[in-house]
Design a protein around this ligand. Sequence first.
Ligand SMILES: Cc1cc2nc3c(=O)[nH]c(=O)nc-3n(C[C@H](O)[C@H](O)[C@H](O)COP(=O)(O)OP(=O)(O)OC[C@H]3O[C@@H](n4cnc5c(N)ncnc54)[C@H](O)[C@@H]3O)c2cc1C
Length: 180
Amino acid sequence: MYTQVIAQAVEQSGATVVIFSNNTDGKAVAPRLSARLRAGLVAGAVALPDTSNGFVVKKSVFSGKAFANVNITTSVKIISLNPNAFKVEEGAGTAEVVELNATVDTPKVKVTAVKKQSGEVPLAEAEIVVSGGRGLKGPENWGILEDLAKELHAGLACSRPVADAHWRPHNEHVGQTGAP
Ligand SMILES: Cc1cc2nc3c(=O)[nH]c(=O)nc-3n(C[C@H](O)[C@H](O)[C@H](O)COP(=O)(O)OP(=O)(O)OC[C@H]3O[C@@H](n4cnc5c(N)ncnc54)[C@H](O)[C@@H]3O)c2cc1C
């Protein structure tokens, strides 16, 4: 549904660059929009595009171990920005809110439940992370880490086997295959 509406917004406004945040929503919608509009996508951008020779976007690759500069050559270009890659700065430009006529098909999926993230500090925003692994022996021992995380105002995390064993929720799993 989001993809459908954004695609219509792009077509009606004649937008040539579409920017997402590379968060859960952006990761879900940007590739769909890219396929629908046949528009080049760079996910996980860490710098503003260099337009001196094409439209070159720097992105992190191999779990942040290297960078790639990718040139988008399609007429509509989509980028998703890595969270915290940019500081919030007040710009001099002005923005206009425009009403669009969007049509939406009947949804093919229905949200039946919403699970809130656990932990007081969102993991992606945390400056300090307290993480536990299999050495803690079981979910009943996580109270020690919860207390420590609270004391340090830290995010609470776990290793993959811990999440796979349902000791902790999957949104707390960190590392290459987990949260950034
Ligand atoms: C390509 C690749 C990518 C991966 N990506 C990820 C990833 O993104 N995230 C991730 O979490 N994992 C990832 N893994 C898997 C990862 O290697 C392990 O599964 C993970 O690190 C397990 O960590 P753990 O601390 O839970 O358990 P373990 O590594 O088993 O560590 C448990 C530790 O506790 C100690 N211990 C046990 N009992 C006691 C005790 N009674 N007292 C004191 N110490 C004790 C053990 O000696 C051991 O050192 C990846 C693996 C590969 C190959």
